[in-house]
Ligand binder design. Structure first.
Ligand code: MCA
Ligand code: AMP
Length: 488
């Protein structure tokens, strides 16, 4: 296939990546990545210890240049989660920054340190491996939570990455002149595919903040950054800060494009940002499995509360419960969003059952998101089919996975997990616990540590209710909708 990163074919001295005070030009990135790619050739799947660092970006580019597939790991994942991902994806190598300490569960993997000032940067020059991967070859395996069980590995082919980034370039008039700022994690599609591979495919540059802060965003926008990507929690924090920080309003006013995604940005936050800065945040809608489906276009009418129109090449339809397509564009008729197009993943790794269940017979992917369409085609997401999926801080979290982890705590006899609205996180994880010993029920901090240590900190419950029994129907199924604080 044609290369994913044309600017690395004959790389020049223009900036590519900056993390804090460390940066690489395209020539330096090409040299470092190709030296590492030589090490990754023929390896199949390669794990990447995906800290928010230059090393992670170089590692993923190296794996892609080698024609292999990268499996980004959340460095805050607990042993249980990491153990599952490793057993499922069976990587042959792990790439990590020199000095990063890896947990023992990774001990059996061959480790290769990422040298960002690789051999090539000293002028010796190491050519990349001589590979010409196919468009359908896997590029990434990204783990994503479902309602029950452990996360599934979505296999994302090279074709999908190219298709989605080029569709976004069209929608956002995104070019090599753009400079992106963000502070997103690099083990998910948003931060990695859009936030790192996106600018590199365009031949532009990205400045990563290491961790999100309103000061960091303001500093970069004052210093030439043209676009910002963030999850709604980040825009919410911006909206909260704006009244006391006129400098931040000025900086945001300079941006060409402010883009939000991964969850819905409340209209109130849209309005607060627009009234303080004069800029409108635009939303795009995607999923790990589909990459990007829709967006408000840079040349279109911004409309708060909508995720815009289908991207070029993406077919989108709404269907009723029984699968019948809903023809309406009336802003009222609600259906599940199904999508089809070159942006879609190939399969869930080792899960033919789950892959088959995710698609209709004629190749439409069932998103589980419920929406209406305005007369001009703008899509408004109104909810989700599964109540057992929680979106917190832009992270998708499966209730079942947390329930299973909670049940492994000796103080927990029964557990149910729900999501409830949270002004900062969108939703927060709530645990309903029947303690083994009602006299000494496990407290929030202990259960939060338990879940954070096994799965990941963002999956930890933020609220715990102790109850005497879980409400169940005659079949024994837990009635989550009747879990209210009256059960306390
Ligand atoms: C607190 N911490 C703990 C515990 N309590 N650690 C261990 N055990 C505990 N009991 C730590 C956390 O690890 C974190 O550490 C710090 O305390 C603060 O935690 P928290 O309050 O959870 O985080 P936050 O700083 O408030 O994070 C908000 C955030 C974050 C920055 C918005 O949620 C975030 O980065 N979200 C992005 C999600 C995302 O990229 N989703 C994309 C997937 P430390 O401070 O050291 O970190 S969706 C996707 O890809 C699709 C395609 C799409 O459409 O985009
Ligand atoms: P993930 O599986 O982590 O990739 O999350 C994908 C889910 O995030 C989608 O199915 C939607 O529910 C949600 N999502 C992504 N972007 C938006 C958006 N702009 N508005 C509302 N929900 C969104």
């Amino acid at each position: 296939m044609s290369t994913l990163f044309p600017a690395l074919t004959n790389p020049g001295e223009q900036p590519a990546l900056r993390f804090g005070d460390r940066s690489l030009t395209y020539a330096e990135l090409g040299a470092a990545a190709d030296a590492l790619a030589a090490r990754c050739a023929g390896t199949g799947r390669v794990a990447v210890w995906a800290t928010p660092s230059l090393e992670t970006a170089v590692a993923v580019i190296a794996v892609l240049r080698a024609g292999a597939a990268a499996v980004p790991l959340n460095p805050k994942s607990g042993e249980k989660e990491l153990g599952h991902i490793l057993a499922d994806s069976t990587p042959t190598l792990i790439l990590a920054a020199p000095g990063d300490e890896l947990p023992s569960v990774l001990g059996h993997l061959e480790r290769v340190d990422v040298d960002v000032r690789g051999v090539g940067a000293k002028g010796i020059g190491v050519g990349g491996p001589d590979v010409s991967p196919d468009d359908e070859d896997p590029a990434l395996v990204v783990y994503t939570s479902g309602t029950t069980g452990p996360p599934k590995g979505a296999v994302i082919p090279r074709r999908a990455i190219a298709a989605t980034l080029d569709a976004l370039a069209d929608a956002w008039q995104w070019t090599g002149d753009d400079v992106l700022v963000h502070g997103l994690p690099l083990f998910h599609v948003h931060g990695l595919v859009l936030g790192i591979l996106g600018p590199l495919r365009r031949g532009g540059s990205v400045r990563h903040l290491g961790r999100f802060s309103t000061e960091g965003v303001a500093r970069e926008l004052n210093d030439g950054a043209t676009m910002m990507f963030g999850v709604p929690t980040m825009y919410h924090r911006i909206a909260e800060t704006l009244p006391d920080d006129p400098g931040l309003a000025k900086s945001l006013g300079r941006a060409r494009l402010l883009v939000s995604g991964s969850a819905a940005l409340p209209v109130h936050d849209h309005e607060r940002i627009t009234s303080a800065t004069g800029r409108r945040v635009i939303e795009r809608y995607g999923m790990t499995e589909t990459l990007m489906n829709t967006s408000v276009r840079a040349d279109g009418e911004p409309r708060a509360g909508t995720v815009g129109v289908p991207l070029p090449g993406v077919e989108l339809r709404l269907v009723e419960e029984d699968g019948t397509p809903l023809p309406a564009y009336d802003g009222e008729s609600v259906g599940e969003i199904q999508v089809r197009g070159p942006n879609l993943f190939t399969e869930y790794l080792n899960r033919p059952d789950a892959t088959a269940a995710a698609f209709t017979a004629d190749g439409w992917f069932r998103t589980g998101d419920m929406a209406v369409r305005d007369p001009d085609g703008y899509v408004r997401i109104v909810g989700r089919k599964a109540t057992d999926l929680i979106k917190s801080g832009g992270y998708k979290i499966g209730a079942g996975e947390i329930e299973n982890a909670l049940l492994e705590h000796p103080g927990v006899r029964e557990a149910a997990v729900t999501g409830e609205p949270d002004p900062d996180l969108g939703e927060r994880v709530v645990a309903w616990i029947v303690p083994s010993d009602p006299q000494s029920p496990p407290e929030l901090a202990e259960l939060a540590d338990h879940v954070a240590g096994r799965l990941a900190p963002h999956k930890r419950p933020r609220v715990v209710h102790h109850i005497t029994a879980l409400p169940r129907n005659d079949m024994g199924k837990i009635l989550k909708r009747s879990l209210t604080t009256t059960h306390d």
